[in-house]
Design a protein around this ligand. Structure first.
Ligand code: DGL
Length: 289
């Protein structure tokens, strides 16, 4: 494999493999993009954050599906060969519609991989799931976990404020900790001292791609024995399994094209929390859907 001037990989046939499209309502999907780039460093990506219409998690199923189809179309017209729905809310409501609309490319969501990671790590199979209001109301994680283990018990709770806190960069400090206690204590500690072990989940699924930004605070607030699981690494592994293996060698660093629907400066600023590196405002192209 060699590279063109753009840095895009060229396979043995001389063709440049098309990029992988990734979208989320905002910057939360960057947690998934980061894992994708770790798993598939030579791939090129196009990331779209629908920042003009965030949050998705408080919207109706119909609206989330419509927004998701518009995001996917914006990526499709830019020539992607795989679509990663890096948003749990969009995955909960739109995967079927997206797969019907784009039958020729893999369309991969984050819920099945997250559920699989939780079932794999949980000893008691009592699993807690937190996500947006819409994701939890849809019961998508509950169903995905029970498809994998019909005997699993799922305790699910919406934690909508975590999305705004992550977008605001409030991921540490007393406010973040107080909100985390308010959401998680009823699940993990209120009844814990008197309750049998099985009454308290041993695993927490971060069922929203914004939530890994708060992982350090969640870790402090949770009992030490609780496993924290998110979908990023398992989704990346699922994508790697679905894409045809590359031939040739030599291309090691893929590129990312950044798209957002509003607020390039804000997107760039907050991206550091999720990506580990901060983007330059000029690298983010604003598009209309
Ligand atoms: N990051 C999205 C998710 O995983 C949702 C955030 C939002 O409410 O837009 O569900």
């Amino acid at each position: 494999m060699s590279t063109q001037g753009s840095g895009a990989p060229i396979d043995a046939s001389g063709a440049v493999p098309a990029p992988i499209g990734v979208f989320d309502s905002g910057v939360g999907g960057l947690t998934v993009l980061r894992a994708l780039r770790d798993a598939l460093p030579a791939e090129d990506f196009i990331y779209l954050g629908d920042t003009a219409r965030l949050p998705y998690g408080t919207k109706s199923p119909e609206t989330v599906e419509r927004y998701s189809l518009q995001c996917a179309e914006a990526l499709w017209v830019r020539g992607i060969r795989c679509l990663v729905v890096a948003c749990n809310t969009a995955s909960a409501f739109s995967l079927d519609a997206l797969r019907r609309r784009y039958p020729d490319i893999p369309v991969i969501g984050v819920i099945e991989p997250g559920a699989a990671a939780a079932v794999a790590v949980s000893g008691s199979q009592h699993i807690a799931v937190i996500g947006t209001e819409a994701t939890i109301a849809a019961g998508a994680y509950q169903a995905a976990i029970q498809r994998l283990n019909g005997a699993a018990r799922v305790t699910a709770a919406p934690c909508s404020l975590f999305v705004a806190m992550a977008e605001e960069g409030w991921i540490e400090g007393p406010i973040a900790e107080a909100v985390a206690h308010r959401y998680l204590d009823p699940i993990f500690s209120a009844t814990a001292p008197a309750a049998p072990a099985a009454e308290v989940p041993d695993t927490l699924v971060l069922g929203c791609t914004h939530f890994p930004a708060l992982a350090a605070v969640l870790r402090r607030v949770l009992p030490v024995t609780v496993h924290i699981v998110d979908s990023a690494a398992t989704t990346a592994a699922a994508v790697a399994r679905r894409l045809p293996a590359r031939t040739g060698s030599g291309h090691t660093q893929g590129t990312v094209r950044w798209l957002a629907t509003d607020g390039a400066a804000r997107f760039a600023r907050v991206s550091g929390i999720f990506l580990g590196t901060t983007l330059r405002v000029g690298d983010i192209e604003i598009i209309d859907l």
